[in-house]
Design a protein around this ligand. Structure first.
Ligand code: HDD
Length: 712
């Protein structure tokens, strides 16, 4: 029988996906002579063949033609949504098997390490847009299992804007830049987006998530992920259990503040891509727990929402998340286009032991992804190395543009005279659908529970901590005040009022021409799991954070070394910021390499900042640098942990930050903690200082500092 199998994959050593893809790596380096695409060595690539030094360029120059022509065709259509993203390879290791619930080996065999791949993305922006915009984030995971590729194409939010895939083109046409002038890029702060949301009650719950801090994650490493839909697991008898998938980051789920996100869009548009890339290069491999919420078939109707409705989540207070395995991302791609732009996720890529439900959003997705890959990558997108499974595969699909394999089978139909091959063997692990009993009248309808839109939006808002509620109010104010049309603002506000009257009143403060409707009851229920500040399954750790240590020539070496060692030991990435890159000399002649400068970085690049004092009295005069002052003020406003040591303490307390730092701190023996600003004038940066600073970094932000006059 003809089988398309990579011999290289059959070896059992190491990561099967890497070995498979190594076979497709083209060694190109400066020692390889330049050739044409077809191997002819090229002697000149900078000047085209011309009839005389000042004469016309001649068509005969095949190298010139090949070079320009290939360039002319370098682009493929960007993804119609989720165009901007970053991808990484890794592995998935199951630790808690779902024995008896599914036959899928990836969910039952704890001895197996499965190669994995994840692409994170924003949704609305085009390929060159900024990372830190307000938007849901894609969390598309692929498992290269022994039984085929399983793609879990989710987001960092557990619900969606719409209930039925037929609405997806409308949604995306509304949120993308407006059609007449293609403005604004990568944001929903415009009339069409809010017109759509105001007119679509089904978007009410997802709106809350999109206006919350979830839409401006600190990094991809600090995001939860969700499969969103209810899927099925199938056991060997074909019995089904409903399942929702969750990803929980080991580093906790944390966000930027809005002002920081806005600035980062200009200061480092690649902020999230770079963060992921740098972490993996530094060996700080991001990890997530894969969790499941399981619901028995017979319990399908026991909730006051429909499990088939993707605008609803199953509150963890009702069905706990059980963590079953760990995903680790440990390898950056070699070639972005080949391995990230060309990765083609499809929701219908599932493996035996799993199945879909009749969620109408999922049904449309199962058509759309395959379809879109054909226009992006061609019908043979499955042959592209990043997309190929690591298990043997054998199809009767033939031909088409860019066929990559010479397939050895002499028939491409079934059955055929060669032993009726390829075999289709349900008994030997062939995919079988859940034999769901379905009956109904063909009509354009959803189940009755699909018509309730407000309850879970209220649950979300009620569950937020005070700072998070404040951020939601500011987000609505920002977005709606960017709409030009009062009618759009009013319709959106009417919807917000259904969630919470006080929320509507607060949002309306920044909208002059709207009227807040009468109060509507809020059920008052909360979930213990939704807040990023107080949520039950939240993690707070300094690990993986980036701390900027600011110093100038003449700095105190003794104040740097202990904290540098303590931070590194806690898994913090320490970055030095100086007046220029390269060696900065301490008062005692020792040196420290600065990677960043006051000019090429901003406080937004770091989770926390330390200002180191100097060995001489005139050191603080040098600290009177506009960029340094701005960094301290900005980090303070962004609620970050800040510290000053030695004579930098006086410099910092003189800055008149809001919330007034104690002016006498510089004269004290002890460390002063003034609302997350650690002032250590004389004790150095030893164990006590390091502990206090690390605790402060782990808290993520100093929420108490978020007083009235700080717009976060
Ligand atoms: Fe989608 C891409 C997530 C609804 C149609 N979607 C895409 C990606 C993610 C999601 C993470 C990027 C994949 C990658 O990194 O390459 N989409 C979701 C989630 C949804 C959702 C969580 C709701 C639960 N999507 C959805 C619907 C449709 C699509 C209802 C169409 C009817 N999505 C697409 C697409 C994309 C896509 C047009 C663009 C590029 C691609 O597929 O590969 O087919």
């Amino acid at each position: 029988m003809a089988q398309v199998v990579d011999k290289i994959v059959n070896s059992t050593v190491g990561d099967a996906k890497k070995r498979q893809m190594d076979g497709f790596t083209l060694e190109q380096n400066d020692k390889t002579p330049l050739t044409s695409y077809f191997g002819t060595k090229i002697a000149e690539t900078d000047i085209a063949l011309r009839a005389g030094a000042r004469g016309p360029t001649v068509l005969e120059d095949f190298h010139n033609r090949e070079k320009i022509s290939h360039f002319d065709h370098e682009r493929i259509p960007e993804r119609v949504v989720h165009a901007r993203g970053a991808g990484a390879f890794g592995e998935f290791k199951l630790h808690t098997p779902l024995t008896g619930l599914t036959t899928a080996k990836i969910l039952t065999d704890t001895s197996k390490t499965t190669p994995a791949y994840v692409r994170f993305s924003t949704v609305g922006g085009s390929r060159g847009s900024a990372d830190s915009v307000r938007d849901p984030r894609g969390f598309a995971a692929r498992f290269y299992t022994d039984e085929g590729n399983w793609d879990l194409v989710g987001n960092n939010m557990p619900v969606f804007f719409i209930q039925d895939a037929i609405k997806f083109p409308d949604l995306i046409h509304a949120v993308k830049p407006e059609p007449h002038n293609e403005i604004p890029q990568a944001q929903t702060a415009h009339d069409n987006a809010w017109d759509f949301m105001g007119l679509h009650p089904q978007s009410t719950h997802m709106q809350q998530w999109a206006m919350s801090d979830r839409a401006i994650p600190r990094s991809f490493r600090h995001m939860q992920g969700f499969g969103v839909h209810t899927f099925r697991l199938l056991d060997s008898e074909g019995k089904s259990t409903f399942v929702k998938y969750h990803w929980t980051p080991h580093l906790g789920t944390h966000s930027l503040v809005w002002d920081e996100a806005l600035k980062l869009a200009g200061q480092d548009p690649d902020f999230h891509r770079r963060d992921l890339w740098d972490a993996i290069e530094a060996g700080a491999y991001p990890k997530w727990e894969l969790g499941v919420q399981l619901v028995k078939e017979e319990d399908e109707h026991k909730f006051d929402f429909d499990l088939l409705d993707s605008t609803k989540l199953i509150p963890e207070d009702l069905v706990p998340v059980k963590n079953i395995g760990t995903l680790t991302l440990n390898r950056n791609p070699i070639d972005y286009f080949a391995e990230v732009e060309q990765v083609a996720f499809c929701t219908q890529h599932i493996v035996p032991g799993m199945d879909f439900t009749s969620d109408p959003l999922l049904a449309g997705r199962n058509f759309s992804y395959q379809d879109t890959q054909i226009s992006r990558l061609g019908v043979n997108f499955g042959d592209i190395p990043v997309n190929r499974p690591v298990c043997p595969f054998m199809t009767n699909q033939r031909d088409g543009q860019n066929t990559m394999f010479s397939k050895t089978n002499r028939t491409a139909y079934h059955p055929n005279r060669f032993d009726a091959l390829p075999t289709t063997e349900p008994a030997k692990g062939g995919f079988r659908s859940y034999p769901e009993v379905v009956a109904g009248i063909k009509e354009r309808l959803h189940g009755p529970k699909f018509n309730e839109f407000v309850s879970q939006a209220q649950l979300f808002y009620n569950s937020m901590s005070e700072p998070e509620k404040k951020h939601i109010i500011s987000a609505y104010q920002f977005e709606l005040s960017k709409c030009y049309e009062t009618q759009v603002q009013q319709t959106a506000l009417n919807r917000i009022n259904l969630i919470d009257h006080d929320l509507a009143l607060a949002v309306a403060e920044s909208l002059k021409d709207v009227t807040v409707p009468d109060a509507v009851p809020n059920h008052g229920n909360k979930s213990a799991f939704l807040s990023q500040v107080t949520g039950k399954s939240q993690t707070f750790t300094a690990e993986g954070r980036k701390v900027g240590i600011y110093l100038l020539p003449g700095y105190s070496y003794a104040q740097v070394e202990p904290i540098k060692v303590a931070l590194s030991a806690a898994g913090v990435m320490v970055k030095f910021v100086g007046p220029g890159t390269g060696k900065i000399e301490a008062g005692n002649g020792q040196t420290q390499i600065a990677e960043f400068t006051f000019e090429n970085s901003r406080s937004t690049h770091f989770d926390a900042l330390i200002f180191i004092g100097g060995d001489s009295d005139d050191y603080t005069k040098k600290m009177k640098n506009g960029r340094l002052l701005h960094a301290a003020r900005e980090a303070y406003m962004h609620l970050k942990a800040i510290a000053a040591t030695g004579n930098a303490v006086g410099w910092l307390t003189d800055l008149a930050l809001p919330g007034d730092l104690p002016a006498d701190a510089k004269a004290k023996e002890d460390i002063t903690d003034a609302n997350g600003v650690l002032l250590a004038p004389s004790v150095g940066t030893g164990a006590q200082f390091s502990k206090q600073f690390l605790d402060s970094v782990a808290k993520h932000r100093v929420w108490d500092r978020e007083v009235e006059h700080i717009a976060a």
